[in-house]
Design a protein around this ligand. Sequence first.
Ligand code: GLP
Length: 259
Amino acid sequence: MEIIIQADAQHAVRLVARLLENRVRNKDSTVLGLATGRTMEQVYEQLAGCGASFKQCCSFNLDEYVGLSPDDPNSYRHYMQEHLFTKIDIDPANTHVPDGNASDLKQAAEDYERLIVQAGGIDVQLLGIGEAGHIGFNEPLSSLVSRTRDKCLTPTTRAQNAPMFGGDINRVPTRALTMGVGTILKARELILLATGSAKASIVAKAIEGPITSMVSASAIQLHPNCKVVVDEAAAQHLHGREYYDFVFANEPEWAAYRD
Ligand code: GLP
């Protein structure tokens, strides 16, 4: 795992957008794993404006609320349409978001796993982190080998996402269909982005704490090709930053990304 600490959120976002752009430009048919949340909005804005073609790409989103239709303004399908898909040249048929509105969620989950395999697996998976320590919607105690399934959301997560539902936690769905931790770990590369002081304590637990299903994001420690990009605010509780900064400053692979 490599930890890249940037001065502020703007620089962290820019670096992640550049990494993704690089992956898209280097392989015609990149399979992108995408995430939602406020943190990603700026990433998608930059990616949409980078000039790369996504014609041959295909995408799989991490998760979707159960019970929201794709055109519900709070659905993650709607979020993706608004922030990315309608702004790039990706074929809409190649964009995938779990079907949280399916009558048979178990079947929808199995179909999603199959589609990912049929696409050749995910090349690069973008991740945010929830204050409950989740990646996707893998709430505490999610099995570290779990696959796509529906999951009950924690009160912490529902409170964190309530602002998108007019501030009313009761309007936030109680369940979501999410890739599992095991699904995420199958991606060939992981890039986790976290910004802001509200994420500082959970970021430290995920990166430097023990691997535990209580913090599903800690499972990224098991991945052989994982990058974590944070701003100073989100990095404030990290103990090993002297080493992380040294790696970023010296490793040749990062030369193009140092300002
Ligand atoms: C939701 C998503 C997560 C995302 C998290 C972070 O809970 N299911 O995948 O990481 O939001 O959201 P934000 O970027 O708004 O803090």
